[in-house]
Design a protein around this ligand. Structure first.
Ligand SMILES: C[S@@+](CC[C@H](N)C(=O)[O-])C[C@H]1O[C@@H](n2cnc3c(N)ncnc32)[C@H](O)[C@@H]1O
Length: 253
């Protein structure tokens, strides 16, 4: 494992994610908000679909999940092949070790300096990370370049971002200002294009996820509408391909 150099940016990240209660807080946030859970499950389904479509059944399959947190996504990838997760936070990794029953390789590393050689992984994934790279010294472009570097030629990079054109995200943006906190780093299609310039991939595709939840200002599903929302999303995603509270970006290197 590469020596781990700390600095002001990493200290800030560890204050947020490196506390003993950070894993519980993150799992509580997802677990107790049915609409967040719904969108996360929808994300996982789409990511698995994209991986399966591109997958060639030859040789060993290797996947890296960056900012793997408590291993929520890793658990869905384990059956695909060799699965590696990196995170900056030891408590998050500890929880991921438990959640994956030690079946994934988990490494403490900084997404801006990944400890892997060029062209190592068939698939590199990343979820709920880019919007959280909102500190003055965070460099999302550097993270993207690292993801690209460690992906094999012909491999896939799949990451998700929250968009600013959704009511819940706009509310979160306004609340951050009122609470004098730094808002999350929300994205648009244009901003994704900017993030992904400077490399020469075979293709870049952007999929809108869950367009209807753009209009739901709450996350707790007080009217038990998840089933209905799912049906509407199934239809809308076909007509609004790059619109949603979240976007999934698929890049073929
Ligand atoms: C919001 S959580 C998402 C966790 C997981 N991807 C999920 O969706 O359940 C963000 C995770 O990214 C990690 N993280 C933040 N900045 C990072 C960096 N520069 N390098 C590695 N991990 C980072 C945090 O420790 C945290 O576990």
């Amino acid at each position: 494992m590469m020596a781990f150099q700390t600095n002001q940016r990493i200290e800030r990240l560890l204050k947020r994610y490196g506390r003993e209660d950070s894993p519980e807080k993150w799992d509580f946030f997802v677990g107790h908000r049915p609409l967040v859970r719904y969108r996360m499950n929808r994300q996982i389904k789409k990511i698995l679909e994209l991986i399966q479509k591109n997958r060639k059944n030859v040789g060993e399959f290797t996947l890296l999940d960056i900012g793997c947190g408590t291993g929520r996504y890793l658990n869905h990838f384990l059956s695909l092949g060799k699965t590696v997760g990196v995170d900056i936070s030891e408590p998050m990794l500890e929880k991921a070790r438990k959640n994956t029953k030690d079946q994934a390789i988990l490494i403490k590393a900084d997404a801006e300096n990944l400890p892997f050689k060029d062209n190592t992984f068939d698939v590199v994934t990343c979820s709920y990370l880019f919007e959280n790279l909102n500190g003055p010294k965070d460099n999302p472009k550097k993270v993207f370049k690292e993801m690209y570097r460690v992906t094999k030629k012909g491999g896939q990079i799949i990451f998700t971002v929250e968009t600013w054109y959704s009511i819940p995200n706009l509310i979160s943006y306004i609340l951050s200002f009122l609470k004098r906190k730094t808002p999350l780093n929300f994205y648009s299609v244009k901003k994704i294009r900017k993030l992904t310039t400077g490399v020469n991939p075979q293709s870049v595709k952007i999929y809108g996820l869950s367009p209807i939840t753009v209009f739901f200002p709450w996350a707790r599903d007080p009217f038990s509408m998840v089933k209905l929302i799912e049906k509407i999303d199934d239809k809308l995603e076909k007509f609004m391909p790059s619109f949603g509270a979240q976007l999934i970006v698929e890049i073929k290197k």
